[in-house]
Ligand binder design. Structure first.
Ligand SMILES: NC(=O)c1ccc[n+]([C@@H]2O[C@H](COP(=O)([O-])OP(=O)(O)OC[C@H]3O[C@@H](n4cnc5c(N)ncnc54)[C@H](O)[C@@H]3O)[C@@H](O)[C@H]2O)c1
Length: 390
C-alpha cells in the first residue's frame, strides 16, 4: 500500500476540519465521507468529490477505505471503532474514545486480543504534539523537579456561550454527549494530567461539580476536583465553561522547586538544594529555599496539531512509526474524568480503578434526574473552530 484511503465518519465542525487537510497528508487520500445529516453529507461529498454514505456501516463495507477517522458525537466512538476493526480498517478516533471506562475497556481488550498486530488504533490528542507540553513531560521524566508533591491546574478558559450549547441537540445532554465540560472540552487536559506524569494515576478522587451552573443545560459546566496519588502527591483540577476572562495555569511543585506553565511560557523556580534538605536543616524558622527563576526554552519539534496526529497515524500504517497517541491510552484520561464526575456529582470519595458498571448506572441516574433540563432551543452558531483549540 502506498496510499492509505481514509473515510471520515461525521463531517460536522471537527470532521470538516479534518477534511480540509486530509489530502495534504503525505500517504493519505480522502476516499469517502459519512454523515447521518443528508444536507451536510451532500455538501461535503460534492465539495471533495468523494462518495458519501449516510450509514457508517455502508462506508465500512464499501471496500473504498483502509482507515477511518471518526468525528461523530462521543457515544458512537467505541461502537464505530469496534465495527471498523471487524472490517479490517485502521482507526483514528476523535477524543474521547468513549463516554465511560467500561466501553473503553471493552474496545481496548478487543483491540489488544485480536487486532493490535495488524491494525493501528490512534486517538486525536493533538495537544501531545505541543513542544511546550513535551518539554514539561521531559523535565518531569528526567527528574528535574525531584519527587512531585502537588499539581494544580486551573483551566477556566474553556468559555462556551449559550449559543454554543444550542448549536447541536446532542450537546450538553446525558444521552447525547454523556457529560459537559469534562466530556467535550477537558479530554485533552485529562489526557495530559496522566501523560505529563508518565502515566501516573491517582488512587482516590474527591470533587464538587455543578450541573447547569452558568448555562441552562442538564450536564456539568463546572468541576473542582482533588486527586490523591499513591506517592502522596495531591492534584487539583478546576474547570468551567462559564467564566471570563479564564485562566490557564498549571503549577507542578516538587522537591527541586516549582514549574509554572501560563500564557504558553514555562517558568521553573528551581531550588538550589532540595526543598526537603532546607526544610529539615535550615537554622531559620521562616526562611524559604534559595530559588532561581529560570525561563525554560522551548523549541519547535516539527508539525503540531490535528494534521500532525493524522500524519503520524498514516506513517504508523505505512512505515511502522510509533503512534504519538495510542487509542488504548485514551482510557486513562477518560478514567480520570469518570472518577471526577462520579465524585463531583454524587459527593462521595471515588477509589480508582473506577467501577465500569457503577459508572454506567451513574450515567443512567443522571439522565433520569436531569434529562430534559436543557431548555435551550436550536440556535445557529457562528463557528470558528480555530478558536476552540488550545
Ligand atoms: N480534537 C479536537 O480538538 C476536537 C475539537 C472539537 C471536537 N472534537 C470532537 O469531535 C467530535 C465531533 O464534534 P463536533 O464538534 O464536530 O460535533 P458536530 O455536531 O459539529 O459534528 C458531529 C457530526 O456527526 C454526525 N453524526 C452523528 N451521528 C453520526 C453517525 N452515527 N454516523 C455518522 N455521522 C454522525 C452529525 O450529523 C454531525 O454532522 C466529538 O467527539 C468532539 O469531542 C475534537
Amino acid at each position: 500500500m502506498d496510499k492509505v484511503r481514509v473515510g471520515v465518519i461525521g463531517v460536522g465542525s471537527m470532521g470538516s476540519v479534518h477534511l480540509s487537510y486530509l489530502n495534504s497528508v503525505e500517504g493519505a487520500v480522502l476516499a469517502a465521507v459519512c454523515d447521518i445529516d443528508e444536507q451536510k453529507l451532500k455538501e461535503r461529498s460534492t465539495q471533495y468529490n468523494v462518495p458519501g454514505f449516510k450509514d457508517y456501516k455502508e462506508l465500512l463495507n464499501s471496500g473504498l477505505c483502509d482507515a477511518v477517522l471518526i468525528a461523530t458525537p462521543h457515544y458512537d466512538h467505541p461502537i464505530i471503532t469496534r465495527d471498523a476493526f471487524a472490517k479490517g480498517l485502521h482507526v483514528l478516533c476523535e477524543k474521547p474514545i468513549a463516554v465511560d471506562v467500561k466501553e473503553a475497556r471493552i474496545t481496548n481488550e478487543l483491540y489488544q486480543s485480536k487486532y493490535a498486530d495488524k491494525l493501528k488504533f490512534g486517538v486525536m490528542f493533538q495537544m501531545r504534539t505541543s513542544p511546550t507540553l513535551r518539554k514539561i513531560r521531559e523535565l518531569i521524566a528526567d527528574g528535574e523537579l525531584g519527587e512531585l508533591f502537588r499539581f494544580t491546574w486551573i483551566v477556566t478558559d474553556w468559555f462556551r456561550t449559550w449559543t454554543y450549547y444550542a448549536s447541536g441537540g446532542w450537546r450538553a445532554t446525558w444521552t447525547g454527549e454523556g457529560g459537559g465540560v469534562m466530556l467535550n472540552q477537558c479530554p485533552h487536559n485529562l489526557d495530559q494530567l496522566q501523560w505529563l506524569l508518565g502515566g501516573m494515576m491517582p488512587n482516590r478522587v474527591t470533587a464538587v461539580a455543578t450541573v447547569g451552573k452558568r448555562h441552562p443545560i442538564e450536564v456539568e459546566d463546572e468541576m473542582n476536583a482533588i486527586l490523591e496519588y499513591p506517592n502522596g502527591m495531591i492534584g487539583h483540577f478546576i474547570t468551567t465553561t462559564g467564566e471570563a476572562p479564564g485562566t490557564n495555569r498549571l503549577e507542578i511543585a516538587g522537591d527541586r522547586g516549582k514549574l509554572v506553565l501560563e500564557h504558553g511560557k514555562i517558568t521553573f523556580y528551581r531550588t538550589r538544594t532540595t526543598v526537603t534538605h532546607v526544610l529539615q536543616n535550615s537554622p531559620e524558622s521562616f526562611g524559604g529555599a534559595e530559588t532561581w527563576e529560570c525561563d525554560i526554552p522551548v523549541r519547535s519539534r516539527g508539525p503540531e496539531g490535528h494534521k500532525a496526529i493524522t500524519q503520524n497515524f498514516i506513517n504508523a500504517i505505512l512505515k511502522g512509526e510509533e503512534l504519538i497517541a495510542e487509542g488504548v491510552d485514551g482510557v486513562k484520561g477518560l478514567e480520570l474524568g469518570n472518577a471526577m464526575m462520579l465524585a463531583g456529582l454524587t459527593r462521595k470519595i471515588v477509589e480508582l480503578p473506577v467501577d465500569g458498571d457503577e459508572y454506567q448506572q451513574f450515567l443512567k441516574d443522571m439522565a433520569a434526574k436531569y434529562g430534559g433540563k436543557k431548555t435551550l432551543g436550536q440556535r445557529k452558531a457562528v463557528v470558528d473552530m480555530a478558536a476552540s483549540f488550545k
